[in-house]
Write a protein that binds this ligand. Structure first.
Ligand code: NAD
Length: 356
């Protein structure tokens, strides 16, 4: 076996059905007495119910979380943190709500308890993306890692099938890139393959029957594993491209990941044969990139970036931006091939294997 470095992030994870009922005990365990509960406006009712569950230890609800963590929203939440002398954060929601919790933790070092309701995986990473004047910047800090994560399968039952599909593909993308990461190691390689396997088998069942608790449980388990991969090893072309596309054309996060993933995988296929074997094995398919494309299609996801609102003249613009800040990728970045990749994702065509 090759030498490797393995770093784990400390977190207490509680997994199961009905596990949010353990929140009051967790709040008490951390010694919190004035907790702020966060959510998006759409999940305000869940946040209010959560605050009621921790009764006297809840000091307020802030239901203003929104995609890409705009600093203005964080400033509003910070005012509430100061006003109410908040000593801990509870986040109930997807990556947007977790992002707000992390932004508050970055500024205050307050402890966080996160109850994820999507498969985005942000709760497992020391990464925070924030948006200021339309520009999103990403940073890494151990300060933003939640102290406790409560995975309650019941919270995911209401995630609409379409969002479940793309959120699950977003999670799979973390594992795909972990498998060919420059700093990969056998532990996260194992988690990545298992994460893809769990999600790929669960997502079709969820789309068919959104209330399928067993499938929901497998998907949330897979999302946890994929989130750990995202937090532990470096991401490459796929994540950088999605970041560029999302930021430049205001495209939806999980949907963009879903449309781009088969093409980014095909771009790297010849340069990362071991990863491709692991992905194909986890998908139970012959070819990794085609398998991802077929899975997204089977889930009824949009496969074309143009259907997500990307303009056609964005293809060249995105290719230019992608080349601007070079980063490590299994296959070196080549503008013509990257432009072709984006063009195929724009049209929703099948992925095309590129020579190494
Ligand atoms: P989201 O949190 O924006 O949620 C999308 C919508 O679905 C929201 O309206 C939300 O209220 C709703 N929703 C969420 N869970 C629901 C449920 N169970 N039932 C009904 N409605 C529900 O979406 P997301 O994809 O989870 O997060 C995207 C954001 O997270 C992006 O800003 C992305 O950059 C960030 N992210 C960050 C990291 C990281 O490590 N920092 C990782 C992944 C994603």
């Amino acid at each position: 076996m090759d030498a490797f470095v393995y770093s784990a992030h400390p977190a207490r994870v509680i997994f199961g059905s009905g596990t949010l009922s353990q929140l009051p005990a967790e709040v008490e365990r951390l010694g919190l007495t004035r907790v702020l509960v966060l959510s998006t406006p759409q999940q305000e009712a869940d946040a209010n119910a959560t605050a009621r569950a921790i009764s006297a230890r809840a000091a307020g609800v802030f239901a203003g979380a929104t995609m890409h963590t705009p600093v203005g929203v964080t400033a509003d939440a910070m005012a509430m943190v100061a006003d109410r002398r908040i000593d801990g954060i509870v986040a109930v929601g997807g990556g947007s709500t977790t992002g707000l919790a992390k932004a508050i933790a970055l500024r205050t070092d307050l402890p966080q308890i996160v109850a994820p309701t999507t498969y985005a995986g942000s709760e497992m990473t020391p990464i925070l993306g924030e948006t200021k004047e339309g520009v999103k910047t990403t940073q890494k800090s151990p300060k933003v890692l939640p102290e406790v994560v409560i995975y309650d399968v019941d919270l995911t039952l209401s995630l609409p099938p379409a969002l479940s599909a793309t959120s699950g593909m977003n999670a799979i993308a973390h594992a795909v890139e972990a498998l060919y990461a420059q700093d990969r190691n056998p532990i996260f390689t194992m988690m990545a393959a298992e994460g893809i396997r769990a999600l790929a088998s669960a997502l079709p069942a969820i789309v068919a029957t959104p209330g399928d608790r067993a499938a929901r449980s497998d998907a949330l388990y897979g999302a946890w594993l994929c989130g750990m991969c995202l937090g532990a090893v470096g991401m490459a072309l796929h994540h950088k491209l999605c970041h560029t596309l999302g930021g430049s054309f205001d495209l939806p996060h999980a949907e963009t990941h879903t449309a781009v993933l088969p093409h980014a995988t095909a771009y790297n296929a010849a340069a990362a044969p071991d990863a491709m074997r692991a992905i194909a094995g986890a998908l139970e398919t012959a070819d990794a990139a085609q398998g991802l494309y077929d899975l997204a299609g089977r889930l009824g996801a949009k496969l074309a970036l143009r259907d997500l609102g990307m303009p056609q003249d964005g293809i060249d613009k995105a290719a230019d931006i992608a080349m601007r800040n070079p980063y490590w990728n299994p296959r070196p970045l080549e503008r013509t091939a990257i432009r072709d990749l984006i063009a195929r994702a724009y049209a929703g065509n099948a992925p095309q294997q590129e020579p190494a």
